[in-house]
Write a protein that binds this ligand. Structure first.
Ligand SMILES: N[C@@H](CCC[C@H](N)C(=O)O)C(=O)O
Length: 260
């Protein structure tokens, strides 16, 4: 069987994307998905996404981490899939699609900057030295003194596999405050089991967490990730964060075909 794939990246979080509207891709083949994401023996990516038809929205997003397992929402992936749908001619400037965490509206401009609406966040768990919240994927957020030299993979894995999050685990974000409206983060990603250059649901989680603990009073936040800059905007209504948007570039890298 021959497949055509497209490689996209959003601030360095990179993905193998396949148009699966004909439902021909063997989506239960975990080992194949892991192989396609392998950076030496496969195409390479932090994750793999399938674009599929949906009766009520423009398309359906199915997301797999690079370990081959289907996972929760991917913010950078969602933004890249909107850019791919535009490439396919399915989308011009705005769209609504369905993902594992529900409906997402998005806008894309002529420079392929994508603004993706994320789920509302009603629960922010504030502890003495960390914050936990779910922005479509689970995220642990904590400050570190020297972010640039921090051993993200080692320390991130300890928390991800530790007693806090049990078998499901969590993504782990380490944060440094730059200003009232800007933070830098590095993220250990569940299901990649390594640091990634960017995590969209992670950037969203950090922005909301910083507002929740009073580190900022603003509702438009710049998040510096290793692979670039993301912006997160939101409105707080009571105890719930609503109208949450993740904004940033989504870029085509290359396409190809291979026999599987
Ligand atoms: N990089 C993604 C997050 C993808 C899912 C995450 N690895 C998980 O399993 O929770 C993003 O941009 O949000």
């Amino acid at each position: 069987m021959s497949i055509t794939f497209y490689k996209y990246q959003g601030t360095g979080n990179d993905f193998v994307i396949i148009d699966n509207r004909d439902l021909s891709f063997p989506k239960n083949n975990t080992k194949l998905i892991e192989h396609l994401c392998d950076r030496r023996f496969g195409i390479g990516g932090d994750g793999l996404m399938l674009l599929e038809n949906d009766n009520l929205t423009d398309f359906k997003m199915v997301y797999y981490n690079s370990d081959g397992n289907e996972s929760s929402m991917c913010g950078n992936g969602g933004r890249c899939l909107v850019a791919f749908a535009k490439h396919l001619g399915m989308v011009e400037k705005e769209t609504t699609f369905i993902a594992t965490d529900g409906l997402h509206q998005a806008q894309i401009n002529d420079e392929n900057i994508v603004s993706l609406q994320m789920i509302d966040v009603a629960e922010v768990k504030i502890e003495s030295n960390y914050v936990f919240l779910n922005t479509g994927s689970p995220h642990h957020v904590q400050f570190v003194d020297d972010l640039e030299h921090f051993d993200v993979k080692t320390e991130g894995a300890k928390i991800r596999y530790g007693n806090l999050y049990g078998k499901p685990g969590s993504n782990i974000n380490f944060v440094k405050q730059i200003s009232d409206t800007e933070f830098s983060i590095r993220t250990y990603e569940r299901g990649v089991e390594d640091e990634t250059l960017s995590c969209g649901t992670g950037a969203t989680a950090v922005a909301i967490a910083m507002h929740a603990i009073g580190k900022t009073s603003k509702n438009e936040i710049t998040i510096n990730v290793e692979g670039g800059k993301l912006k997160v905007s939101f409105e707080k209504e009571g105890e719930t964060y609503k109208n949450v948007h993740l904004i940033g570039p989504a870029k085509f890298v290359f396409s190809g075909s291979l026999t599987i």
